[in-house]
Design a protein around this ligand. Structure first.
Ligand code: ZN
Ligand code: FE
Length: 255
């Protein structure tokens, strides 16, 4: 199996641009937050855009669609459930679909909650998942269109991928997420260590993306509602995991 090259860059304010380049020349932009920023990254790498893989309909993920399509002739792939709200969409995909990008397999996983049609692109042979605004480094997306139970189920689907999966998310919110996480799990030494590293990374002008799923399982409080310490702190006993998740999400909204 040939190797993919994955390039990340910051665009807009805190959106993460991601280019996925296969040796056959295929290059996909994961979402299109900003046409000029994506084009600058393509030029820097010397790649030409063949696809945009859209995770969900929000403007900060689709604003560059039409301009990039006009300039490059790329094909735009996106969630069938949100097709009407995704500018320039050519190919509609949904949970369970599989397609090839430069000969590399891409599995579509439905991850609703942030939006109703939100999808994740998982490349099993490359150990990479593009999760949009579902999971963030040590955080998770806001539950805007769905409900907490739905969002929890979506996070579980990501959490169930192989632990060596590299997670590419839609935003750089790492430091704020880790600080919130420490209010929930103050004794989590690895979380504390990751916060320090994340602060250094940001100070150096670099990105904390991608993250490794294995690390998230140990430090992302939103993936850890089963944690007995958290339940004790929240005064929540033997309730379903999604209820503790909902409490975590609501506390983060107020933080
Ligand atoms: Zn969004
Ligand atoms: Fe977003």
């Amino acid at each position: 199996m040939s190797t993919l090259e994955i390039h990340t860059f910051l665009c807009r304010k805190d959106n993460i641009g991601v280019l996925v380049h296969a040796p056959d020349g295929s290059t996909a932009s994961i979402d299109a937050p900003d046409a000029a920023a994506v084009q600058a990254a393509l030029t820097e790498k010397g790649w030409s855009l063949s696809h945009i893989l859209v995770t969900h309909h929000h403007g900060d993920h689709t604003a560059g669609n039409l301009e990039l399509k006009e300039k490059t002739g790329c094909r735009i792939v996106g969630p069938r459930l949100e097709a009407a709200r995704i500018p320039g969409i050519d190919v509609e995909v949904e949970d369970g679909d599989t397609f090839l990008l430069g000969g590399h397999r891409v599995d579509v996983i439905g991850t609703p909650g942030h939006t109703m049609g939100h999808i994740t692109y998982f490349m099993p042979d490359d150990h990479a998942a593009f999760v949009g605004d579902t999971l963030f480094v040590m955080g998770c997306g806001r539950v805007l269109e769905g409900n907490h139970e739905m969002m929890w189920h979506s996070l579980c689907r990501i959490a169930g991928l192989p632990p060596d999966t590299r997670i590419y998310c839609g935003h750089e919110y790492t430091v704020a997420n880790a600080r919130f996480g420490l209010t929930v799990e103050p004794d989590n030494a690895l979380l504390r260590q990751r916060l320090e590293k994340a602060e250094e990374t940001v100070a150096a002008g670099a990105l904390n993306i991608p993250t490794l799923l294995e690390q998230e399982l140990r430090t992302n409080v939103f993936l850890r509602p089963h944690n007995t310490e958290t339940r004790r702190r929240f005064g929540m006993g033997a309730v379903a995991d999604w209820r503790v998740f909902a409490e975590l999400r609501e506390r983060k909204n107020r933080a």
